[in-house]
Design a protein around this ligand. Structure first.
Ligand SMILES: [Zn+2]
Length: 433
């Protein structure tokens, strides 16, 4: 009886042990499989086929996006444990939704949508990263965006920021971000730079090698974000400090209100060069100041936008900016400035009326002309004296004539005295004999 009980217990224990061992084994195997699962990254070259994207001079965006995307893929494939797909690797039409669905089918961990930009007035420049407007995907997009922007600014591109954009239904404005969010895939839309601005053109105009370099930078940012390692490249980004972004409780809305402060003061004007030192104070409490531009005609026309300093971080602008403006001479001017925030919303400053600055070149020319006129007048007078004495004033003639006559008189008197003395001596001598 007792032996039977012991046997039963033994069986139960060994059964439990087997189950426990099997469980541990299953856990280890599943963890191992999970650990070996590659990271799946999908790259979407923006536009394609009939959809050309931005066009400027000989540049067409869809072609550039494809070159950058292929280079990004090639670079990422140098890292271990990563599978990379392009939504399309030839120039073809593809709907935005199909691109997100493709990423969904691949079980993508992240989608990078690559673009180049242009602006309506051909006056904006810089790189920007658009991210989903809320939740975990906002946090992931922004953290990646910071790394991406570090690559861009190190190259010399100007950061337009990492931003969200909503349509009038409060959904992500960019279809690729909207559909990827629906598919449950984190995503970003990268606008590398502008095709239609001279400040951005040096970053791609030297040919395909430069575009491929942009793709390499995109890949480096992704490798840092995912902590990838590459024996080929000899880099190890495991443990790379990825900037943290809190998951926002609400939608992160774009800043649609204009900067809170935009004020100017003229500090100094160099009368010789026309250079005016102007201090601009500008601030946007919701975002940051991105550009400034100035007007000399009271706000009717403006200069091209210029960079605003952001020395601390991409999203913290300096409050004050001292700039030198070269003013035109001889014009009555009305100076004012506009400052924009990161979402291209502009605020205008006070206006300052400036009296005309006399053109120093014109003043010199006028002085030379005045001197020349004096000289010409003097020469004219000299000619008149020597060539036409009859026209001279009679009173001015009398004195020299009188002097000459007086001289002749004195001479004649002297000669007469000498003659008289000689005659007297002759007569005296004759009488003595
Ligand atoms: Zn585009």
């Amino acid at each position: 009886m007792r032996e039977e009980q012991n046997l039963k217990l033994k069986r139960i224990y060994s059964g439990l042990l087997r189950t426990a061992l099997f469980g541990v084994l299953l856990f280890l195997v599943s963890a191992r499989v999970k650990g070996a699962e590659p990271l799946v990254l999908v790259i979407d070259p923006g536009h394609g086929g009939e959809n050309l994207g931005a066009e400027y001079e000989e540049y067409t965006e869809k072609d550039m996006n494809l070159i950058v995307a292929k280079a990004m893929k090639a670079e990422l494939e140098k890292y271990q444990g990563v599978e990379v797909y392009l939504t399309h690797d030839v120039d073809q039409d593809m709907s935005i939704k199909d691109r997100a669905v493709f990423a969904g089918e691949k079980n993508a961990d992240f989608l990078f949508c690559l673009h180049f930009n242009s602006s309506v007035e051909h006056n904006l420049f810089g790189a920007e990263v658009w991210v989903p407007a809320g939740g975990e995907f906002y946090a992931k997009g922004r953290s990646f965006g910071i790394l991406q922007m570090e690559e861009f600014t190190a190259l010399g591109l100007y950061s337009r920021g990492i931003k969200t954009r909503l349509n009038d239904r409060d959904e992500n404005y960019y279809g690729i971000l909207r559909y990827c969010t629906e598919e449950g895939i984190p995503s970003v839309l990268i606008e590398h730079c502008h095709l239609d601005h001279p400040k951005d053109q040096p970053f791609y105009r030297q040919g395909d090698a430069q575009l491929m370099e942009l793709g390499r930078l995109d890949a480096t940012a992704a490798a840092k974000y995912f902590g990838l390692k590459s024996e080929t490249l000899g880099v190890d980004y495991s443990g790379y400090p990825v900037p943290e972004t809190d998951v926002p409780a609400q939608l992160v809305r774009p800043d649609k209100t204009e900067p809170d402060l935009c004020y100017i003061e003229v500090m100094e004007i160099d009368q010789e060069t026309g250079d005016a030192t102007v201090r601009i104070d500008a601030e946007d409490k919701d975002s940051y100041i991105l550009y400034y531009r100035y007007s000399l005609d009271g706000g009717n026309t403006f200069s091209l936008p210029e960079e605003w300093p952001r020395p601390e971080a991409w999203n913290r602008s300096a409050k004050s900016n001292s700039v030198t403006l070269t003013l035109p001479f001889d014009q009555r001017l009305s100076l004012c400035v506009q400052a924009s925030n990161g979402f291209d919303v502009w605020a205008e400053s006070n206006s300052i009326a400036l009296d005309p600055i006399p053109d120093p070149e014109r003043l010199r020319r006028e002085e030379e002309e005045r001197q020349a006129a004096i000289l010409r007048e003097a020469q004219k007078n000299y000619k008149e004296i020597t060539c036409a004495p009859e026209e001279q004033d009679a009173s001015a003639d009398v004195m020299p004539v009188l002097l000459i006559l007086a001289g002749i008189g004195v001479c004649m008197l002297f000669v007469s005295l000498v003659l008289a003395k000689t005659i007297y001596l002759l007569i005296k001598d004759k009488n003595r004999r």
